[in-house]
Design a protein around this ligand. Structure first.
Ligand SMILES: Cc1cc2nc3c(=O)[nH]c(=O)nc-3n(C[C@H](O)[C@H](O)[C@H](O)COP(=O)(O)OP(=O)(O)OC[C@H]3O[C@@H](n4cnc5c(N)ncnc54)[C@H](O)[C@@H]3O)c2cc1C
Length: 372
């Protein structure tokens, strides 16, 4: 079975049937995560050498897009897992890489902080050397899968070196970590996001991922392309789902006294066309971003910044249009649109936020230093 056939079976049998309860009760999609792990899909980006599938970002984007169409909460959990697993695959020790490849554990990123907010590249949390160990004190503002992940890829200021940050592999059961509280969000309610902090958490030198002070290069060079492309893919999946529901509603919604449907109204068709165009533009840009990254094109980083902003903003507009097209029915949860409308709101405020990306892109095209 190809990875997509396995995925489609899991989406059909497990993720889709659980999606409404995942959202309604804000429950973590544990059975979906277990099935994805069991069928090797959590280890999709881990190398074959450690037992992973050895596939790349294009395949991961397909996975996230298809899951998001059914359950955006699950797609966000998988997105953050692939981001964390990619750092550990490149800089972690072999036993933990093997665990991730086998799909028996879940990773996430713990970067955003109370102090530097969405500017994740500038953590305020500290790490100091104490003999052979490091002592960390940090307040993370929001961590996807906080209560459920096995490993956090954690950021702090460097311990002794220059640079903006250092990354660490943190076992979520480490003493010194706060106990995250359950999540009651407006959207992505199943993704179990919560603040996590650490006080005098002791880590061995082996927990450092990459060099002390080398975190910024890993964040921007390795993780940002993966995160931007996958979160864009999640937005694309949500847009497809919302457009499908809205088109179905337009075709079936009858004005019985007139003998016509909602789809017979040119305004409704124009709204749907606008939504389709926005979603297709995001998909084309996502695919061009993948092509730019695969061939190391000169504009690859510009595309990486663009794709998250374009897809996130498009998802806001498309789900808004879908609400309008579905009229009063859209206010009923059983119509399904309002879940995508709520879930779509996260991408634009997840760091780097759309506003920050507009600023970065503007700086880049004006020849200014992006992070200056
Ligand atoms: C569902 C969910 C899951 C998340 N999961 C994770 C996770 O797994 N790991 C993680 O590390 N973080 C995670 N986050 C945090 C996320 O990445 C952002 O850091 C966070 O949402 C930003 O919130 P804030 O209030 O700190 O933003 P702020 O930084 O306070 O921003 C508030 C507003 O100011 C704007 N703004 C900020 N800086 C600028 C600027 N320079 N120029 C223009 N406008 C600016 C922003 O665009 C935003 O509109 C998650 C967030 C959500 C909502």
């Amino acid at each position: 079975m190809t990875y997509l056939k396995k995925l489609d079976a899991i989406v059909h049998d497990i993720i889709e049937p659980a999606a409404i309860v995942t959202d309604r009760d804000a429950v973590f999609p544990r059975s979906a995560v277990s099935a994805l792990g069991e069928f090797g899909l959590l280890g999709l980006m881990n190398s074959v050498e450690v037992g992973g599938m050895g596939l790349g970002l294009a395949e991961a984007a397909q996975v996230v897009e298809r899951i998001a169409k059914a359950c955006p909460s699950t797609a966000m959990v998988v997105t953050m897992h692939y981001c964390g697993a990619s750092v550990i695959e490149k800089f972690g020790k072999e036993p933990v890489r093997r665990e991730l490849a086998a799909g028996s554990c879940l990773a996430t990123l713990a970067w955003s902080e109370k102090g530097s907010r969405s500017h994740f590249w500038a953590p305020m949390g500290t790490a100091r050397k104490d003999g052979d160990e490091y002592i960390l004190d940090c307040r993370k503002s929001m961590v996807t899968s906080a209560l459920e992940a096995d490993f956090y890829v954690w950021s702090s200021r460097p311990a002794v070196s220059e640079g903006a940050s250092t990354l660490w592999l943190v076992d979520s059961r480490m003493p010194g970590l706060s106990q995250p509280r359950p999540f009651d969000g407006v959207g992505l309610r199943g993704n179990c996001s919560a603040p996590v902090s650490c006080e005098s958490m002791r880590l061995p030198e082996s927990a450092m991922l990459g060099a002390d002070g080398g975190g910024f290069d890993i964040m921007i060079g390795l993780v940002l392309p993966i995160f931007s492309t996958l979160i864009a893919s999640s937005s694309i999946g949500m847009m497809d789902a919302a457009i499908e529901i809205a088109c179905g509603h337009a075709a079936n919604g009858q004005f019985e006294h007139l003998g016509s449907s909602l789809a017979d109204l040119p305004t409704i068709r124009a709204y749907l066309a606008r939504a389709r165009i926005r979603a297709d533009m995001a998909r084309v840009l996502r695919d061009d971003t993948l092509a730019a990254l695969a061939s190391d094109r000169e504009d690859a980083m510009l595309r990486v910044m663009e794709v998250k902003a374009v897809a996130a903003e498009a998802a806001l507009e498309v789900t808004d249009i879908a609400m309008r097209v579905c009229g009063g029915v859209a206010f009923r949860k059983d119509n399904g649109i309002e879940r995508y409308f709520r879930d779509a709101r996260a991408a634009s405020v997840m760091a780097p936020t759309s506003d920050v990306l507009f600023d970065f892109i503007g700086k880049a095209i004006c020849g200014l230093p992006v992070f200056g």
